[in-house]
Design a protein around this ligand. Structure first.
Ligand SMILES: Nc1ncnc2c1ncn2[C@@H]1O[C@H](COP(=O)(O)OP(=O)(O)O)[C@@H](O)[C@H]1O
Ligand SMILES: [Mg+2]
Length: 267
């Protein structure tokens, strides 16, 4: 039992019930993320990536197959999970500090108010938001709001962090800042991460493993191990090794989109 992956999906198949009949979204999908590791999931738009995060978060259960965290089947939401999305969904009537503190008001813990605040301050300073604790969300830039959202996702020290395209709406420079902050958070905090992204460079920069999903209904089409070490800089994305990895991923995405054959025929 010792080497159990922290996040595991085994042969997961799921369809949504719609007015026009069942919509198969996931097909026999298996993937595993070991404790402390970082997996990025990429795949065509609408292939089932957000569905995958909802299953891991226990917001839904699959028609077939099993989702487990630390070897225990997921049947409902767990407090050992933290989540962040493309839209940071901060509450405007709370300041940044109180937004970050929110999970500690909900999740069972025996922390005193002072301890909770110390924890929130620690995270806010780690992501460069020291001094913004009293601001309202609307007073912050998009990148800063997303940093606050990451703090809120981590404040209760979750074992598992699920990120669904958290940097997708940010401009390129802000996005790269956030990538560096993710590395910083990984060095300072302990969590196992599953990141959904449509940015292949982001997946290579951040992850230990990149899973490419096929088109809908999605299955695991290709798995790439990224051996770039723990200390990564943006320049690492331009090495021969990285350029080759990105080319492989781009080709896999084309296959997933069903465009591969068409492109080859054209060449
Ligand atoms: N609650 C739902 N009911 C019916 N169809 C849904 C529901 N949620 C998502 N879908 C459909 O399932 C497919 C996969 O959705 P999603 O997991 O959000 O994809 P992705 O995140 O990869 O873009 C899409 O076609 C979407 O329209
Ligand atoms: Mg999605």
């Amino acid at each position: 039992m010792e080497n159990q992956p922290q996040i595991e999906l085994r042969n997961v198949t799921h369809a949504y019930v719609t007015d026009t009949g069942p919509l198969p979204v996931l097909d026999n999908l298996s993937l595993a993320v070991d404790t402390g590791k970082f997996t990025a999931v990429v795949g065509p738009s609408g292939c089932g990536k957000s569905t995958l995060t909802r299953l891991i978060a226990g917001l839904m259960t699959p028609d077939q197959g099993e989702v487990s965290l630390s070897g225990k089947p997921v049947r409902s939401p767990r407090s050992t999970v933290g989540m962040a999305f493309q839209n940071p969904v901060l509450l405007e009537w709370r300041n940044i500090l109180d937004n970050v503190l929110l999970p500690l008001e909900i999740v069972n813990n025996n922390l005193q108010q002072k301890q909770r605040e110390d924890r929130a301050f620690e995270l806010l300073s780690l992501v460069g938001l020291e001094g913004f604790e009293d601001k309202r969300p609307s007073e912050l830039s998009g990148g800063m709001r997303q940093r606050a959202s990451l703090c809120r996702a981590l404040v209760h020290r979750p074992e598992v962090l699920i990120l669904d395209e958290p940097f997708g709406a940010l401009d390129a420079f802000t996005r790269e800042d956030l990538w560096q902050i993710m590395h910083e958070l990984r060095r300072e905090e302990q969590f196992t991460c599953l990141l959904i992204t449509h940015d292949l460079r982001e997946s290579v920069f951040l992850a230990d493993q990149v899973v490419v999903l096929s088109g809908r209904p999605a299955t695991s089409q290709y798995v790439l191990n990224v051996d770039l070490g723990d200390r990564r800089s943006l320049e690492d994305l331009y090495t021969k090794e990285s350029v080759e990895m990105l080319a492989v991923l781009r080709q896999q995405i084309q296959i997933a989109q069903g465009r591969h054959v068409a492109l080859e025929e054209k060449a």
